[in-house]
Design a protein around this ligand. Structure first.
Ligand code: CA2
Length: 150
């Protein structure tokens, strides 16, 4: 059976492609989802994308992932830097978790350098725009053993 990766996107990521292209690139979340879906299919995986501006939704979805998904990709937006609730939810899951950021958070303001999500993630990709989501899927395909043999 095809394993499904849940991809969670936090606040304001629904605005991608409309403003600040110099920081976040010109991709929209829909175009990132499209590219990720194609990449996942090539890797023998499926993806489900979600976005919310509400912290509690993200916590609920992480809890749901524990039971129903093979792995998580999380771009928690600004909650990355503030949410102990999200960290606690992530610490309670025993599936692989990859943190993704479009921008290089370490080159930006000091308050973006700390990530609560990183404390629970197996790996973190930042600064590579929407391509980071595809790289996270590549890594998960290896971890989950979904790659077809040549
Ligand atoms: O680089 C990332 O992916 C971030 O998670 C994006 C968050 C930011 O708070 C994190 O520090 C890093 C913000 C997403 C806001 O995206 C917008 C896109 C277009 C216009 C306005 C906001």
């Amino acid at each position: 059976m095809t394993k499904t990766v849940l991809v969670l996107n936090g606040p304001n990521l629904n605005l991608l492609g409309t403003r600040e292209p110099e920081i976040y690139g010109s991709d929209t979340l829909a175009s990132i989802e499209d590219a990720s879906r194609k990449r996942a299919e090539n890797l023998g995986l499926a993806v489900e994308f979600r976005q919310s501006n509400t912290e509690g939704d993200l916590v609920d979805w992480v809890q749901e992932a524990r039971l129903s998904y093979a792995a998580l990709i999380v771009n928690a937006g600004a909650y990355t830097h503030t949410s102990v609730a999200l960290l606690d939810a992530l610490l309670a899951v025993d599936i692989p978790v990859i943190e993704v950021h479009l921008s290089n958070i370490n080159q930006r303001e000091e308050f973006r350098h700390h990530s609560y999500v990183s404390k629970a993630a197996d790996g973190m990709i930042c600064g590579l725009g929407g391509f980071g989501y595809e790289l996270a899927l590549e890594s998960l395909a290896r971890t989950l053993g979904s790659l077809k043999e040549d």
